[in-house]
Structure formats: C-alpha cells, structure tokens
Design a binder for this molecule. Structure first.
Ligand SMILES: [Zn+2]
Length: 459
C-alpha cells in the first residue's frame, strides 16, 4: 500500500482502538497536543529505545548513557541562549483572534518561499505583500510578528518571584553538556567520546500537531559527540549517514527518507541537517544532526565560572571541545515506523476481504508471538507454551473467536508469529507457526519455538 493512500485518520483510529496511543486526559475532553501511550504503544516505544541503546551505546566504543534531571539550574538556559532566543515568530489574526506561526503561514501559502531563511521583518512584509489570508477565517488582518519563548516556565517553592523561576528543559542536551567532564573523568574517556540520553523535553508550541508529530511534551533519544575542532566536519557527515542507516535498519525504506539541510541555523549551530520521513501528511523531520561547535561549553564556562577545558593527554593542549549532536525524536520515530508498517491487503477481492496489518520489524513489534489454542479445551496445555516463551519475549495469548479472527487481530497489532496449539499438539508436541507477512505456516516442535523466534529478531 502506497504511503499516499494511508490516512492519519486510519492510523489514529488503529492506535486508539488497539491500545497504542490514547488522547491525553481523554475523559476531560482531552488536552490539545498531548497523547498517552497505551500498553502496546509503551511496549513498542521501549523496543525502539532498546534498538537505539544497542546501536548507539552498546555497540559503539567510547559511548556512555546518562539520565539527567529534567529540572536544571535556571542559569543553564541563559548560558545556552534559550532564555534569549528560543522563540517562535507568532502573529494573531485580529478578526478571529487565532494565533499562528509566521513561517508556517508563509510555507503553507507557498512551499517554495523558504520562510526559514527570512528575518522577522521579511516575513511580515511577505505576508502583507501576498495578502496571505487567515487559515481560520480567511480574512487578512494580522498583528505585528512577536517572538514567543517556547520554554515552559514554572516556579520553585512558595513564592512566584523571578528568583525562583525554573524551566522544564526544552532539549536534553544541556544535561550532557554540564556533565561532560564528570563523564570524561569517571569513564577515563578520551576525545572523541559520546554521551547519549533518552528523556522528555517540553516546548510550548502553538502549532497543532498531526497526531504525535508535534506535541508539547516529547521524548528524545540524543547523542552528543565531543571532539577536537577540525575533526567536527567529518563527524557531522558521519552521524548524518549513521542516522539514516539506523532508520533503514528499523524498517524505513531509503525512498521514504531524505536529508534536509537548514538554511537558517539555530543560535548555536554551524551546520544543521534533518532526516525527513514521508508521512501520509508529507515530509516531516524525525532526526536532526547539528554541529554545535564549542558554543555551549564555552558559554557554560563563562556563565558558571567553572573551567570546562579538556586536557589532551597526547599533546598536553587544553581546549574546549566541539560537539556534534544527533537527536532522534522518539515519538516521531514511533509514528514514522507505524505509518510505514500500516497496510491494507486485499485477500479476496470477490468477497471484499481486506486485512489490516502492521508490517513492523519484529524487533520493535509489541508482541513477538501470540499463542492461540484452537479450542478452549486446549487452553491449559497452550498456556504452558505461553509460560515458556514469555520468559524470553513479550507474548500474547488469545483463546476467543475463530482462529481466522484471532490471526487478523494479531496482524493488526503487528505480531510477527501466531502459534496455534491444536489437538495434534497433544500427541506430537508440535505447533503451527504462521508468519504475519507471508501468512505461510510451518509445523515446529514446541522446544524449537524459542530459537525459531529468536533468530528472526535481529537488529
Ligand atoms: Zn482569522
């Protein structure tokens, strides 16, 4: 099924109906742009994290994971530049009072206008010159463009004074930066080395979001490589390609991925490139690789008064390392994998028989297998197979409905193998294993199931 034929409505419905993702605070009518991962979604998200840990931490030399607090000293965000310049250019429609991002208005009006290369003044003049209408009410009567800071601000303690202001982190990176010498010393690391982290970040975005694509709370898997100036350009290119390969290995085909180099760079970056995936709603960023130079560490040295130089043991030089950052949006990666995997297959055109199936890479599928007793009379014996396999994998057990219906339910949640326990199984100790994608069946001894499944889960 071509990605252009898939609709977000169908994917959202499947997510809600099968326990992947629910609307946040649903019983209260929801809270815009928040989503809760259900049992299958949480499982799949953890599986994606595991692949990232394996590829970025476990298999790489000089790579370390850490888990920093979300709350940091408020000076961190002054040093990082987020207090001063982490903002969106917003304007309001004076007629209907809706608020918009100026760059989005322009890009939606003309995708070739490249608003990301315009200044605030240029954007304002462009919107005026082209009489861009309000997407909500259709009139053209906007306020000036104002910069709105995207950080969530809260107050620590009992008083709401400026001294007790504290922010929810808008990116994980600063947790790695302020700890880079702690990691370097305790791990006796030499440049180049990397610190990775999986965690939540928060941005007060106004743009509604295409399901979980744009949310105010999101999870990042990010990887910071500390290196000597002069080696940064090569590492930057390396991590762009490394990220694309990671996505291809997870199951996103090369023709649905592309690089997008940034024209307008963030305040900290020397070069920036996204990996975009072709979603049903169009191309969207799922990874960003940035050459952040020594900006962050130099600023932290200045603002904290703590020396952050690295002493090169070979040359005895002291210098502040450069940083190459490669950040993976976990929720976006999840959504990309789900959209890519979604398929509707015509089994029998005459009978109008169509199956919905998620062709997920088995490594990220919520369940690796489902045990299905052919009759409820066989449930106790089949449960022994479940008990055995569940020590190794997440396994489902379903004894309700016809076997055909049960297959379809498992197809719809991407379970790669259905194991049917029938009356012969009592005699021969074998079960039938059905492959989700080919629907072919093989008969296997129960004691070979574990290695059979294990061999298919490769990453
Ligand atoms: Zn309006």
């Amino acid at each position: 099924m071509d990605n252009s034929l898939k609709t977000m409505d169908k994917i959202v419905a499947l997510c809600k109906g099968r326990g992947f993702i629910f609307a946040g605070s649903d019983i209260y009518g929801g809270l815009a742009n928040t989503w809760d991962y259900g049992p299958l979604g949480a499982r799949m998200k953890n599986n994606i994290k595991d692949t990232w840990r394996k590829r970025f931490i476990q298999e790489r030399k000089n790579s370390y994971e850490m888990d920093a607090d979300i709350l940091m000293h408020p000076r961190v965000w002054e040093a990082s530049g987020h207090v001063g310049s982490f903002s969106d250019p917003l304007l309001d429609c004076k007629e209907c009072k809706m608020r918009f991002r100026a760059d989005n208005l322009i890009d939606d009006f003309d995708p070739n206008a490249h608003a990301d290369g315009m200044t605030k003044q240029e954007m304002f003049e462009y919107i005026k010159a082209h009489s861009i209408p309000c997407p909500h009410c259709g009139k053209h009567n906007f306020t000036e463009i104002r910069e709105f800071n995207l950080m969530f601000k809260t107050f620590r303690g009992v008083t709401e004074d400026a001294k007790s202001v504290i922010y929810l982190r808008p990116e994980n990176a600063q947790g790695e930066y302020v700890n880079y010498l702690n990691v370097q010393r305790t791990m006796r690391a030499k440049l180049p080395f990397s610190i990775g982290q999986i965690g939540k970040a928060f941005r007060n975005e106004i743009t509604p979001g295409n399901f979980t694509f744009r949310t105010i709370e999101f999870e990042q898997m990010e990887f910071q490589t500390f290196c000597k100036e002069g080696t940064d350009a090569e590492l930057y290119e390396y991590f762009k390609q490394f990220g694309k390969q990671y996505y291809e290995d997870l199951g996103l085909p090369a023709e649905h991925l592309r690089f997008h180099d940034h024209e307008k760079l963030a305040h900290y970056a020397k070069a920036a490139c996204d990996i975009e995936f072709l979603f049903p709603f169009g191309w969207g960023e799922i990874n960003g690789t940035h050459n952040r130079t020594n900006f962050d560490l130099a600023r932290h040295q200045e603002y904290s008064g703590t020396k952050l130089e690295y002493l090169d043991p070979e040359t005895n030089e002291r210098y502040i390392p450069y940083i190459i950052e490669s950040t993976y949006g976990l929720d976006r990666t999840f959504l990309a994998l789900l959209c890519e995997a979604y398929d509707e297959e015509v089994i029998d055109a005459e009978k109008n028989d169509v199956r919905t199936v998620l062709h997920l890479n088995p490594v990220i599928a919520p369940y690796k297998a489902a045990v299905l007793p052919l009759s409820k009379k066989l449930s106790d014996e089949a449960m022994k197979v479940y008990d055995k396999l569940s020590k190794k994998f997440m396994v489902d057990f379903d004894e309700n409905g016809s076997i055909g219906k049960r297959y379809r339910r498992e197809d719809e949640i991407g379970t790669p193998y259905c194991i049917t326990f029938d009356f012969d199984s009592l005699e021969d100790g074998c079960v039938t294993v059905r492959d989700r994608d080919t629907m072919e069946q093989v008969r296997l001894p129960i004691d070979q199931l574990e290695s059979y499944i294990q061999d298919k889960i490769v990453f």
